[in-house]
Design a protein around this ligand. Structure first.
Ligand SMILES: [Zn+2]
Length: 126
């Protein structure tokens, strides 16, 4: 029996004539953003789980035209294009606080609650 589908919130896609309701990265640039937090978020975005497919082609950065990735990453909650870290690190595009909080939580393993109970109950296959 297949598991039910994972619900992932798609982020990091930007305005285009076909998607006029999406945000523009230029509007989210924060030149005064703390470099420490910016770099942490970029590292988080680069450390996601790579999706098992590639997009049809490489995307281009909307701000500097650089080739900017052709895959997607997930953390189990969000799904984002590979190039999102570039917007954060190189252009100081500040993502919503909810995503920054996830990065901060990830960056501090003392915030992690871990539990070995399930693993201890597992048995080798007969
Ligand atoms: Zn760029």
């Amino acid at each position: 029996m297949a598991d039910s589908p994972s619900h992932l919130r798609l982020i990091g896609y930007w305005w285009s004539p076909d998607d006029p309701e999406l945000p523009r990265p230029h509007d989210w640039v924060d030149p005064g953003w703390s470099p420490e937090e910016r770099d942490l978020l970029a590292l988080y975005l680069e450390s996601g789980l790579r999706a098992p497919y590639a997009a049809a082609g490489f995307s281009l950065c909307r701000m500097c035209e650089k080739t900017n990735g052709n895959s997607e990453f997930t953390d189990g909650v969000f799904l984002w294009p590979q190039g999102l870290a570039h917007y954060v690190r190189e252009h100081s595009v500040r993502l919503p606080d909810e995503i920054i909080r996830r990065a901060r939580q990830w960056a501090e393993p003392t915030n992690w609650e871990t539990d070995l109970t399930w693993w201890k109950e597992q048995k080798a296959r007969e």
